[in-house]
Ligand binder design. Structure first.
Ligand code: ZN
Length: 412
């Protein structure tokens, strides 16, 4: 993929400017082999959603049927009589066992496949180190939330799914709050960006939009990947905008400004707090489904699995099995929710940065790991961002209505 993109003649301002022709001219800049590769990568991802679900399901069913889950509970009960501690111990056993059983698929999906497509930059040792750190984060954070939730289930056996949803959502918000400060630094280094050439226009855009930011962060994502990206993370005090070093190194100034406008859109449009409300609704639905489906399953197989009921930690593989089924079915809904907010951020970014060509260049660069031109049904099902074609078209449509910004005034 070319790293500096030219504005094609069809996208230059003229009195016969056409958004469709400009979009096609941008798409034509992508070399064929690059398009074939990124299509294959992205379409492979569709199947991975299915394989991840099925592979996980097999693991959970094995833990139940071979009564490993019941055995792990026995171990926890032998160590202590204190219920919350039993839950935390069971969680550690469960997470370690499922991580080991899931390891072959993780190696393929996150290591071999990423390197095969030229996206992964780590050698096996550092990659494994990151996996180990993730496991530790999972032990701590997962241990806390699972212990809290089992506490709720034991105290409120009938209404746990409502109160549990509230606890889960608050915990999610807590995780989002601490992530930029305590979790991200375990894997990457973020530093305040200090290149005035880049921060000057960005901070000016922030002031113009009433965003009280005096810092933009840069993260060394190239440690793991060649992907260009940026994000808004945190809540309240910890909220920050971060650009990754791949974007800063390979993106044009116009492109960086558009991406920054897009991220600012997430911030100004309160996407993180709104997502929390959305996820609360999703979690209530998930827990409602679990309440019914766990009882239904236990009525049939609890004796065979040696599970005493929903308050027994040994029920966890069943909860994960049914939960993963729920979220697997919900894939298009969750993608559509995210894609909609991403489309909003694009619109905001165009208006704030006034860089439609930067937007088109960014869409092409992101096309290194996303299919540019899917069918509408494919986009609806699998895309958590608008497709590259739609993002470029939105940018060129914006440009068509604002051509005067790009036409130099006549010389007098
Ligand atoms: Zn975004």
């Amino acid at each position: 993929m070319p790293s500096v993109l030219q504005v094609p003649p069809e996208a230059q301002p003229s009195d016969h400017f056409s958004a469709v022709a400009a979009t096609n001219a941008y798409l034509a800049q992508i070399p064929n082999d690059a398009r074939t590769r990124s299509d294959a990568y992205f379409e492979g991802g569709y199947w991975l959603i299915l394989w991840d679900f099925l592979y996980g399901a097999v693991i959970y069913i094995l833990l139940l049927h071979l009564r490993w889950s019941a055995a792990m509970r026995e171990v926890a009960e032998r160590v202590t009589r204190f219920k919350p501690l039993q839950t935390a111990i069971y969680w550690s056993e469960f997470l370690v066992v499922t991580t080991i059983l899931g390891f072959p698929l993780s190696v393929y999906e996150d290591y071999i496949r990423e390197r095969k497509y030229g996206l992964g930059t780590q050698t096996f040792g550092p990659w494994l180190g990151d996996q180990f750190k993730s496991l530790l984060v999972g032990l701590v954070l997962g241990g806390i939330i699972v212990t809290l939730l089992f506490g709720v289930v034991r105290r409120l056996p009938r209404s746990w799914w409502i109160w549990g949803s509230l606890v889960a959502t608050l915990f999610l918000a807590f995780t989002v709050l601490i992530a930029p400060v305590y979790i991200v630094p375990l894997f990457n280094k973020s530093t305040p960006l200090d290149d005035v050439r880049i921060t000057g226009p960005i901070l000016s855009m922030a002031r113009a939009n009433g965003v009280a930011a005096d810092k933009v962060y840069e993260i060394d994502a190239s440690r793991q990947t060649t992907r260009m990206s940026a994000n808004v993370s945190g809540i309240g005090n910890t909220m920050r905008i971060t650009l990754n070093d791949n974007l800063l190194r390979r993106g044009s100034l116009q492109e960086i400004q558009f991406v920054m406008g897009h991220e600012m859109g997430h911030y100004v449009l309160h996407h993180i707090p709104k997502d929390m409300i959305f996820f609360f609704v999703v979690i209530v639905a998930a827990f409602g489904f679990l309440r019914w489906s766990v009882e239904w399953s236990l009525a049939r197989w609890s004796a065979r699995w040696e599970i005493r009921g929903i308050t027994d930690t040994a029920v966890l593989p069943l909860v994960f099995l049914l939960g993963s089924l729920f979220f697997f079915v919900l894939t298009p809904i969750l993608n559509t929710h995210t894609r909609t907010t991403e489309g909003e951020a694009d619109m905001y970014g165009l208006n704030a940065s006034r860089q439609p060509d930067g937007a088109a260049q960014a869409a092409i660069h992101l096309g290194e790991y996303r299919k540019m031109n899917p069918t509408p049904v494919e986009e609806w099902f699998f895309f958590d961002h608008p497709s590259g074609r739609n993002r470029i078209y939105a940018a060129m449509r914006w440009k068509a209505e604002n051509l005067k910004l790009f036409t130099p005034p006549p010389v007098r």
